[in-house]
Design a protein around this ligand. Structure first.
Ligand code: FES
Length: 205
């Protein structure tokens, strides 16, 4: 992902990481007549993901609402504000809602991809963490057991064979300090404060 790596290197305030998501396609958001964003539903949330030029080209005829899809992309975050943007580089239809009743196996239909995305996708096939958990390192959260919570999560993920799907990353104050210890699931910026270890692991499956 040449451009994104260059951006990250030239701006220490921006963090870029790749992702793969699976979920149900909800529809497109148009800007004029252009497909600008894709909306998809995950287990417990909905996301709006910006489409790259190439992924946009053939999408309209390939996927339909309620199809099950897989999205390869990058998440670009401002390190200070934690504001993140998601960008899709390849969308695969895993199975079609319309054809499901007659299909013996899920059908995979790939959109075209641009050169820029090839490296990203190759890297993802080699080493993939679909989710990232940001852990607040500030004293408010550390005093309330952030480290122990992280350890419990790691153990639970390991027990369920999900360790490969999650990476942990240290971050600054996430706000809502009164609910410490605070963690956030990415992509999607879901706050995990107050959730049990089991409930968090269920989000990862
Ligand atoms: S101190 Fe951890 S969220 Fe503010």
């Amino acid at each position: 992902m040449k451009h994104l790596k260059d951006d990250a290197a030239s701006s220490p305030t921006v963090r870029t990481s790749s992702f793969i998501l699976e979920g149900q396609f909800l529809g497109f958001v148009l800007e004029g007549s252009k497909l600008k964003y894709l909306r998809m539903a995950l287990a417990d949330s909905e996301l709006e993901i910006k489409l790259s030029k190439q992924s946009r080209a053939s999408l309209g005829t390939v996927i339909h609402p309620q199809d099950w899809i897989q999205v390869y992309g990058a998440e670009i975050c401002d390190r200070h504000s934690q504001n993140c943007k998601l960008k899709a580089y390849q969308i695969n239809r895993i199975s079609s809602q319309v054809e499901n009743h007659s299909a013996s196996f899920p059908e995979v239909v790939q959109t075209t991809i641009d050169k820029e995305a090839e490296t990203l996708i190759q890297n993802q096939h080699n080493s993939v963490s679909a989710f990232k958990i940001l852990v607040c390192q500030k004293s408010g959260c550390q005093k309330k057991g952030a480290k122990q919570q992280q350890q419990r999560l790691k153990t639970a993920l390991q027990e369920r064979g999900l360790s490969d799907r999650v990476t942990f990353e240290s971050t600054g104050c996430l706000g809502k300090c009164s609910m410490a210890p605070n963690t956030m699931l990415m992509p999607g910026k879901k706050r995990l404060s107050g959730m049990s270890t089991g409930a968090i692991v269920d989000l990862i499956r």
